[in-house]
Ligand binder design. Structure first.
Ligand code: NAP
Length: 244
């Protein structure tokens, strides 16, 4: 997807240590972006930055900690002059039956998936507005649907969808806002589910996953490769055999 308009653009990707975030970093680097990898697992993002080269950098940050995001934004401004693309990808999917046993999971998901994306955008906003930016918000099919056992995860993704539409209207035309809503993608996402029976059940579905993170990353690279007058605002994508 090599497009000259992306050469030298700076892309910050949250949750770049695995799955869709790591694949997106690879795809955007291949497309000429200089990538900034954000995540908590520093060893992973340092290894990926070394693999990618071309001035890629790893910045350890927890998206639930605003001070860490501010420090990351300051670092990006000082080192690279500012960000052009922010991919809000960091997230967790802590599924399980609704109960007090999961109360900490609810807070974790809302703070990481929803507030984390909002805060990252807020702290990088002045840089994104300084010369034509892009915000890519990784939502989910769960941002349009809901089912038993995924209520709070779905709430975070419905929240991302509503916030994205408002943001799109506020930031146009200088900053384009795109919502990506994948179905099941083969990543480590279900491995972090704390409710054991749910984790085992969901993992079985993920063991049979057909869509790869690289396929989602290709779509993101395609969105960013469009000319500035064209904004692709929303993409819903599922494995061809996924019902809900
Ligand atoms: N896989 C799917 O089926 C699917 C479908 C629809 C949407 N999504 C969405 O895609 C996004 C990426 O998920 P994935 O499937 O690629 O799963 P993944 O491999 O588990 O990746 C999640 C990433 O988020 C990061 N992360 C989690 N909490 C964080 C925090 N507090 N601060 C910073 N980074 C944090 C993790 O890095 P560290 O642990 O190193 O911090 C990791 O890099 C999520 O928003 C998810 O909801 C996934």
């Amino acid at each position: 997807m090599n497009s000259t308009q992306n050469t030298g653009r700076i892309a910050v990707i949250t949750g770049a240590s695995s799955g869709i975030g790591a694949a997106t970093a690879r795809a955007l680097a291949a497309d000429g972006h200089r990538v900034v990898l954000l995540a908590r697992r520093l060893d992973r993002i340092q290894a990926l930055a070394a693999e990618l080269g071309h001035g890629s950098i790893a910045v350890q940050a927890d998206v639930t900690d605003r001070d860490q995001l501010i420090a990351a934004a300051d670092h990006v401004r000082e080192e690279l002059g500012g960000v052009d693309v922010l991919v809000n990808n960091a997230g967790v999917m802590l599924l399980g039956p609704f109960s007090s046993a999961q109360y900490q999971d609810y807070r974790t998901m809302i703070e990481a998936n929803l507030l984390g994306a909002i805060t990252a955008t807020e702290v990088f906003l002045d840089q994104l507005q300084d010369g034509g930016g892009d915000v890519i918000n990784i939502s989910s099919v769960a941002g349009r649907t809901a089912r038993a056992g995924n209520g709070v995860y779905a709430a975070t993704k419905w929240g991302i969808n509503g916030w994205s539409e408002s943001l799109r209207q506020e930031l146009l035309p200088g900053v384009r806002v795109t919502l990506i809503e994948p179905g099941v993608v083969d990543t480590e996402l279900p491995a972090h589910i704390t409710h054991e029976a749910t984790r085992e059940q969901v993992q079985k579905g993920y063991d049979a996953a057909t869509v790869t993170p690289e396929e989602i990353a290709e779509v993101i690279a395609f969105v960013l490769s469009r000319p500035r007058h064209l904004a692709i605002n929303e993409i819903l994508l599922r494995p061809a055999d996924q019902l809900g």
